[in-house]
Design a protein around this ligand. Structure first.
Ligand code: CA
Length: 232
């Protein structure tokens, strides 16, 4: 049974979410504050978290940052603040998707299912196969048609983060923080250089990447085939 944790301070919306999710067979935990949300998340290990950005005291953004220190489970953000800045802030902090209030329950449920489909179970170490190469995250090995690609530790870390988030846009800030450390975030030139090296070693046509895609001004996305590129 899929366990969903909802963190929302509007009691009516929280009840509506609970009723709709329960009716569709999800196992749910409903909480009204970020503090309680983090406590329940650690205790019950939900499969996905829905979090409101505008929470009293601890904000939704802080909740996302805190969760991302220990878990990669999907996070969907709800917010009344529909600005590009808030969206990017939430994605930067590690949210997977964003639904603006007011929203239809059908839309939220569709986003929820999509996020769950993309999620890689955290207890499994994935092995990803494409038409041109295989990435084995456990063995830390990339095998192309011409043999094993020799990646540096930095290149490997980037590939690891992107492959674990296959299909999802990983922002430049997120990548820099994950690979170089929390004090990084603006060194997008590091990413450009290393991504070029990665493409040369792995992509069949490095100048026309098919797998390690650049999302201009945003970040990077790893896709396993042409189909997933339509899922933008
Ligand atoms: Ca709120």
């Amino acid at each position: 049974m899929t366990r969903v944790l909802c963190i929302e301070d509007e009691p009516t919306l929280l009840r509506t979410l609970g009723a709709n999710l329960r009716a569709r067979g999800y196992d749910i935990d409903l909480v009204g504050t970020g503090e309680l949300g983090l406590e329940i998340a650690a205790k019950k290990k939900p499969d996905i978290v829905i979090v409101d950005l505008g929470l009293p005291r601890m904000s939704g953004l802080e909740v996302i940052r805190s969760l991302r220190q220990w878990t990669q489970i999907p996070i969907i953000v709800l917010s009344a603040r529909d600005t590009e800045f808030d969206k990017i802030g939430a994605l930067d902090a590690g949210a997977d998707d964003y639904v603006s209030k007011p929203f239809g329950m059908g839309e939220l449920l569709a986003r929820l299912r999509a996020a769950l489909r993309r999620a890689i179970p955290s207890d499994e170490t994935p092995r990803v196969e494409t038409a041109d190469f295989t990435v084995d995250l456990q063995a830390r090995r990339v095998t192309t048609r011409s043999g094993e690609a020799k990646l540096t530790p930095t290149e490997w870390s980037l590939v690891d983060v992107l492959v674990r988030n296959a299909g999802r846009l990983v922002t430049s800030r997120e990548l820099l923080k994950a690979v170089w450390g929390p004090e990084y975030g603006n060194e997008t030139n590091y990413l450009r250089v290393h991504m070029t090296h990665i493409r040369r070693k792995i992509e069949p046509e490095p100048a026309v990447p098919r797998y390690f895609l650049t999302e201009a001004g945003m970040g990077y996305r790893f896709v396993t085939s042409a189909d997933t590129q339509t899922d933008r």
